[in-house]
Design a protein around this ligand. Structure first.
Ligand code: GUN
Ligand code: ZN
Length: 432
């Protein structure tokens, strides 16, 4: 017997990128019906149209003051950095040394990793994030802890162990050790439940050319795994990479030589990019994780979203916690809008919503499974509360326009605006 449930509420989701497909790409039903069958979307449309066809025994939950959206997709976040979010330091390279590496050393302890994994996934779900691409620490067991916790919650999550044979004391692997641990994790976890594995060279300054070459070989050998890394985040980092890889045409090229630029590759930041490297990313089908709160926090720079997209590069949004300052993809979307304003190329709120949902799913190559309410998609979704705070309630009182509503939720909302989160049709968080 199949499990069928119906939800009556306002619904909003994207069928395509509104930048290319126009406003019709965003579907809004002020009074909608979402039908979920065995953890998948069976139907989505106006209540008045679909409800007459509902079987009498299908339970209907009426959520008149909620807006249902697909679960948010965070294309870049660090699991071992949850407890050092909001740590004051300098820019990227200083922050890594002073705050980040000491925190990641603690993940050699499996019990610490287990405990943190539960808190980390709880925080994602409280914020309505149902899929994330996640950096683990250098320790294999940190990723095992995360995968185990994600499997128990049936989450669609991609993660990988950081490869860093040039890392600091206590956080170094070796070319052979990193390769063996990555292969083991791919074998043990890469096809389990809704999990996926990402080969994870931390960045060009923490892996030797030999380790980057090994990462490329692993990526080539397994067509079901992803690759995640950092790219052109801060000016000092870019200069150091140019020195470390004198033969490379630019930062991206340092990865490209080792086969790391593919349509399964996600590069975080990409703030300081040459036209050549943006063209190359577009040609390869590689994606950028735009991490606005992190780029502001570390003073890394203002990502030019319009420029990257004009080159044809696929972009998703990433929180990049712990350099990012919030787990909330609403807050991250608002930050992306702010940065776009600074660049003089405003980001439409409906596009920001797209980037936080279907756009993120596309960046991860998962848009055939998640990111929208199209029939057959996995039923990962959230109920947003447009009256979550007194200020939101005042601001949105009498507002029916979905663009205006979503923008206010981004600017004024955060985890407080997420009333409930469902994973594959089951409630995984309820704000109460
Ligand atoms: N570059 C290399 N490692 C990191 C990290 O942990 N966070 C950020 N923001 N950039 C990085
Ligand atoms: Zn990062």
């Amino acid at each position: 017997m199949s499990d069928v449930r119906a939800y009556r509420a306002a619904l909003v989701h994207c069928l395509d990128d509104p930048r290319r497909a126009g406003p019709d790409a965003v579907v809004h039903h002020a009074d909608g019906l979402l039908l979920v069958e065995d953890g998948h979307v069976a139907a989505c449309g106006p209540w008045a149209e679909l409800s007459p066809g509902l079987a009498a025994d299908v339970p209907v939950e009426h959520l008149p003051d909620r807006i249902l959206t697909p679960g948010f997709v965070d294309t870049h976040i660090h699991f071992p950095q949850i407890d050092m979010i909001a740590a004051f330091s300098g820019q990227l390279l200083d922050w890594l040394q002073e705050k980040t590496f000491p925190a990641e050393r603690a993940f050699a302890d499996r019990a610490h990793a287990d405990d943190t994994a539960r808190a980390f996934l709880g925080e994602l779900l409280r914020n309505g994030t149902t899929t994330a691409m996640v950096f683990g620490s250098v320790h294999r067991s940190s990723v095992e802890a995360l995968f185990e916790a994600a499997l128990a919650r049936n989450m669609r999550l991609i993660a990988g162990k950081s490869l860093m044979d040039l890392g600091p004391d206590g956080l170094r692997d070796s070319v052979a050790g990193g390769r063996a641990e990555t292969e083991t994790l791919i074998r043990d976890w890469g096809k389990r439940g809704r999990l996926g594995y990402a080969v994870t060279p931390r960045f060009a300054l923490s892996s030797s050319p030999e380790q980057l070459a090994a990462a490329g070989e692993i990526l080539r050998a397994h067509d079901h795994v992803w690759m995640q890394t950092h790219l052109a985040e801060s000016p000092r980092e870019v200069a150091a990479v140019a020195e470390a890889f004198p033969d490379s045409r630019d930062y991206l090229d340092a990865y490209d030589r080792f086969g790391l630029v593919t349509d399964r590759s996600v590069f975080a930041h990409a703030v300081h990019m040459t036209d050549r490297s943006l063209n190359r990313m577009a040609q390869a089908g590689a994606a950028i994780a735009h991490c606005p709160t992190s780029n502001l926090f570390l003073g890394s720079g203002l990502f030019d979203l319009a420029r990257a997209e004009a080159h044809g590069v696929c972009v998703g949004l990433g929180t990049d916690v712990g350099a990012g300052t919030s787990f909330s993809m609403l807050t991250t979307a608002a930050s992306a809008c702010n940065v776009a304003q600074m660049k003089g190329r405003p980001l439409d709120p409906l596009r920001a919503f797209y980037l936080a949902t279907l756009g993120g799913a596309r960046a991860l190559g998962l848009d055939d499974r998640i990111g929208s309410f199209s029939t057959g998609r996995e039923a990962d979704f959230v109920a947003l509360d447009p009256a979550a705070t007194p200020l939101l309630a005042r601001r949105l009182s009498g507002v029916s326009d979905i663009r205006e509503t979503l923008f206010a939720l981004m600017v004024l909302g955060d985890d407080r605006a997420v009333a409930r989160t469902w994973i594959a049709g089951a409630v995984a968080h309820d704000r109460g």
